[in-house]
Structures are given as structure tokens and as C-alpha cells.
Design a protein around this ligand. Structure first.
Ligand SMILES: NC(=O)c1ccc[n+]([C@@H]2O[C@H](COP(=O)([O-])OP(=O)(O)OC[C@H]3O[C@@H](n4cnc5c(N)ncnc54)[C@H](O)[C@@H]3O)[C@@H](O)[C@H]2O)c1
Length: 445
């Protein structure tokens, strides 16, 4: 039986693992398998990424270059752009992007492209797993028919499962190996074998009854975050109108030992997950005549935050008899969250756009992001790329307003408080004594 064959291979760490897409999800996963003694091959369309891995280097902050070098040197990890090598893989895991179309509908074209490659080189005895976040039904309705198109049969010739990724870039406490993994197969055999595979690299595997349940669980997790962040953002705007400190309110509420989980406001949501994933769920809901109102409301509230930040900046400048037009505004941090270099969907881009439209002279400092370009789908602006400036004393003194958009740990906020005049803090980076002793006026979200 296919099930026993693959399971036996897994137990002896013999299967060759293929990971399609070596990004924030696929690279750490491949490294984890290779580090646990498996033979891992990453399949990439980006030749530069494949070459970087094969040189023993890393382009993802959470993946140590020294480990990549060791694993490549030991012959357990390599990357390729040659998809015919998929035929050698016993287990193939898809980790490609799942963006949205301009219409905010799911764009599963990357999954389709990866599946077409698998189909081309498919052979009997493979376990195929989808990890890319997607709407419930993708594994069974899209992948399964493709994999059976050439006569192979599920369970008899191959196994198929969905297992969502939960990686949290920049989080040193939780990485692939200690984040529990949900696994749902298209059949019981598929669930069992996929769970056995992940059991080799993660400490806790949670099998569920179907691929659909696993797909929906991932979307629930991220929608839960989007909705609760929306609630915190709405509260922040209300607190601003009421003249009370949002962070103090949240801190006080969080002393309740049960029934409350703190979520924090911010300049808007970013990254490849929270702003996009809920749309996968609401799209599927619409197919069933269902209107997912929490999702639309959260999106509406969250997407207004960049405007609110610009209002805080304009109000702050106004109190000093200055206008946004011609003001020199220095953004600290443009990545979508702290201590990483990812600017996908970052609210910083929308804030820069809006400030530029009002005639402000915008500059930014971000140790992790040397340049931002505006010729992508995230903004309306077609302006010149912006380069990160050094956080020199003169830069802070010359700014009419410093805006903390992302609270990277590398910034000396005490120095920022001493040298600038006005700070708009969207992340509660300037709290407690720091704020009391600040020479700059601090406006908080
Ligand atoms: N980034 C996160 O924090 C995170 C967390 C959980 C889940 N996810 C989900 O995981 C999936 C991947 O996200 P990511 O952040 O790793 O994306 P990414 O953009 O960092 O990486 C995807 C990689 O796939 C490659 N690729 C694209 N098409 C390909 C193809 N046909 N064949 C081979 N390679 C191809 C790209 O070149 C890129 O290197 C998405 O569905 C995302 O929603 C991401």
C-alpha cells in the first residue's frame, strides 16, 4: 500500500523532500527538514534565490546563513530551478504565494503553476501537501482533479493533504519546530502519513478530519487577528477623540485574568497574511450566498488607519503653527512589523503616499529596508524610490515631525526623544519614563 510505503520511508528519514517556493515559509521549512536528517530540495522560479542557497547563504532573517552553509555543505539541502527533479521527491510541499487580485478575489495562479509542475513529473508513491494559505476546498476541488487527470488515483497512487503554515517572521521564541502543526488530508491515509511526516520536524501535530477543516482553521486564525486588531484600532480612534490614552486603557483591561486577550492598535495592517487571508474566506462565503460582515468591517477600520496617522501628524504640526505642506517628516521603520525587512502591504507605504500628496518632504530610516519602490500594486504613487537615511543627530533635529511607524528594536528611542521636536508614536515605543523625560512632544495613537 502507498500509505505504508511512504510511512516506512518517513520513519527511516529516507524520503526525499521537495519544497516548492523558498520564501518566508518554504525556506525555513526546507532547512528544518534538512537539519533533521532529511534530503531536502527547494524548487524556485527565482534563479537568484536558488543560487544564494546553493552558495550556502540566506536571504531570510530567521534562517541562519551558517546553518544553510552547513546543510548545503553536508549535501542535505539544495535549491534548483529545474522542476524535472520533482520526480525524485517522495514528498512535495507547496509554499508559493497566495495574493489577491486587484478585485480582492483570491489569486491562486501560483498554486496552479506549482501543481502543473508536480503533475508534469508526477510518479506513483508521492505525498503532496499544500501549505499556502487558501480558501476551504482548494486542495480537494483544485489540486485533486489536477493530480488525478492523468489516471493516478488518490490513496492507490498518491496521497494529498493541506497543512497551514504559521511561521511568524522575526519571532525568536516560536519557529517552525515549536509551532504546532494542523494537518488535514483529502483521505484518512493522507492525514495519517502527512501527520507522520510533520511529526519528524515539529513537536506537536494536530490532525483534523479533512483538508477543508485545515484550510478553514488557518483562515479563522488570521481573520481572528484582523478582526481584533480592527477592534483595537477603532478603540484607538475613539480614545483620541475622547482625549484618553489607548495604551493605558488596554493595559488596564488586560489585568483581567480571564475573558480578555489584549490586541494593540497600529498604523494599519501589513504583510502577506493578515490583510489578505480574510478575503479568501469572505470570497468563499460569497460563493455560498453568505455575507461575512466582521471581515468587511475589520478591513474598513484597519484600512483607515494610515489616514488617521496622517491626521495625528497634521494635528501635531498644527499645534506648532506648521502645515503638512513643506514639513519635513521622518518615518522610523517602514517594514510591516518590527525587526524584519518585509514591506509587503506595509502601512508605511500608504502613509508616505498620503504625506507626499499633501506636499510633505518625506524621509525614512529603517535599518532592515534600504530602499522602497512605489511601482508596485500597494500604493497609488508612482514617485521615485526612497532610500533609507542614516539616523544622524542632524536628521532628527531637522525633522518637523518624527513618526514611529515600526518599532524596530535597533533604534535608540531615548536619543530620538532628546533630539526631535515632535514625535507621532503609532506603536507605543515611547512609554513610561521615556515619555515623561522626552524633550520632544509625543503624540500617541
Ligand atoms: N510570510 C508569512 O509570515 C506567512 C505565514 C503563514 C503562511 N504564509 C503563507 O505561505 C505562503 C507563502 O508565503 P511566503 O511569505 O513564504 O511567500 P514568499 O513570497 O516569501 O515566497 C514564495 C516563494 O515562492 C516562489 N515562487 C512563486 N511561484 C513559484 C513557482 N511556481 N514555483 C516555485 N517557486 C515559486 C517565489 O519566488 C518566492 O520565493 C502564502 O500562501 C502565505 O499566505 C505566509
Amino acid at each position: 500500500m502507498i500509505k505504508d510505503k511512504i510511512q516506512n520511508l518517513i520513519l527511516t528519514k529516507e524520503p526525499h523532500i521537495g519544497v516548492i517556493g523558498l520564501g518566508y515559509v518554504g525556506l525555513p521549512l526546507s532547512v528544518e527538514f534538512a537539519n533533521k536528517g532529511f534530503q531536502a530540495t527547494g524548487f524556485e522560479v527565482d534563479e537568484a534565490k536558488a543560487a544564494t542557497i546553493n552558495r550556502g547563504e540566506s536571504y531570510i532573517g530567521d534562517v541562519r546563513a551558517s546553518l544553510v552553509k552547513e546543510l548545503v555543505g553536508a549535501g542535505r539541502l539544495r535549491a534548483t530551478t529545474n522542476f524535472s527533479e520533482l520526480a525524485k521527491c517522495d514528498c512535495v510541499i507547496i509554499c508559493v504565494p497566495t495574493p489577491l487580485r486587484k478585485t480582492k478575489e483570491p489569486d491562486i495562479s501560483y498554486i496552479l503553476a506549482a501543481s502543473a509542475e508536480i503533475q508534469k513529473y508526477q510518479r506513483r508513491g508521492q505525498l503532496i501537501i499544500l501549505e499556502s494559505t487558501t480558501y476551504p476546498g482548494t486542495t480537494d476541488e483544485v489540486l485533486l482533479p489536477m493530480l488525478e487527470e492523468r489516471g493516478m488515483k488518490l490513496d492507490a497512487d498518491f496521497l494529498l493533504a493541506f497543512s497551514p503554515e504559521r511561521v511568524d517572521p522575526g519571532n525568536p521564541q516560536f519557529q517552525t519546530h515549536n509551532i504546532p502543526k494542523v494537518v488535514g488530508g483529502s483521505t484518512d491515509d493522507s492525514t495519517e502519513v502527512a501527520a507522520a511526516l510533520y511529526g519528524q520536524i515539529v513537536s506537536n501535530v494536530h490532525p483534523v478530519s479533512s483538508a477543508r477543516v485545515a484550510e478553514a482553521a488557518k483562515l479563522l486564525e488570521n481573520t481572528f487577528r484582523a478582526v481584533n486588531i480592527g477592534m483595537a484600532n477603532e478603540m484607538a480612534r475613539l480614545c483620541y477623540a475622547l482625549g484618553i490614552d489607548t495604551w493605558e486603557v488596554i493595559r488596564a483591561a488586560a489585568t483581567k485574568p480571564f475573558g480578555f486577550m489584549p490586541f494593540y492598535p497600529g498604523p494599519g495592517i501589513g504583510g502577506h497574511c493578515i490583510p489578505l487571508d480574510p478575503h479568501y474566506l469572505s470570497w468563499k462565503a460569497r460563493q455560498h450566498g453568505f455575507d461575512s460582515r466582521f471581515i468587511s468591517l475589520a478591513e474598513e477600520v484597519n484600512s483607515r488607519m494610515p489616514d488617521h496617522v496622517v491626521t495625528l501628524i497634521a494635528d501635531g504640526l498644527n499645534d506648532e503653527r506648521k502645515s503638512l505642506k513643506g514639513a519635513r517628516v521622518l518615518l522610523l521603520g517602514v517594514a510591516y512589523k518590527k525587526d524584519i525587512n518585509d514591506v509587503r502591504e506595509s502601512p508605511a507605504l500608504s502613509i508616505i503616499d498620503r504625506l507626499r500628496a499633501k506636499g510633505a518632504d518625506v524621509r525614512y530610516h529603517d535599518e532592515y529596508v534600504s530602499e522602497i519602490r512605489f511601482d508596485d500594486a500597494h500604493t497609488d504613487s508612482t514617485g521615485e524610490p526612497l532610500q533609507s537615511v542614516a539616523l544622524a543627530d542632524d536628521e532628527l533635529k531637522a525633522a518637523d515631525c518624527v513618526v514611529i511607524v515600526t518599532d524596530h528594536s535597533t533604534v535608540d528611542y531615548e536619543r530620538v526623544c532628546q533630539l526631535s521636536t515632535l514625535i507621532v508614536d503609532t506603536r507605543n515605543a515611547i512609554d513610561g519614563n521615556l515619555r515623561k523625560q522626552s524633550r520632544a512632544r509625543v503624540v500617541r495613537l
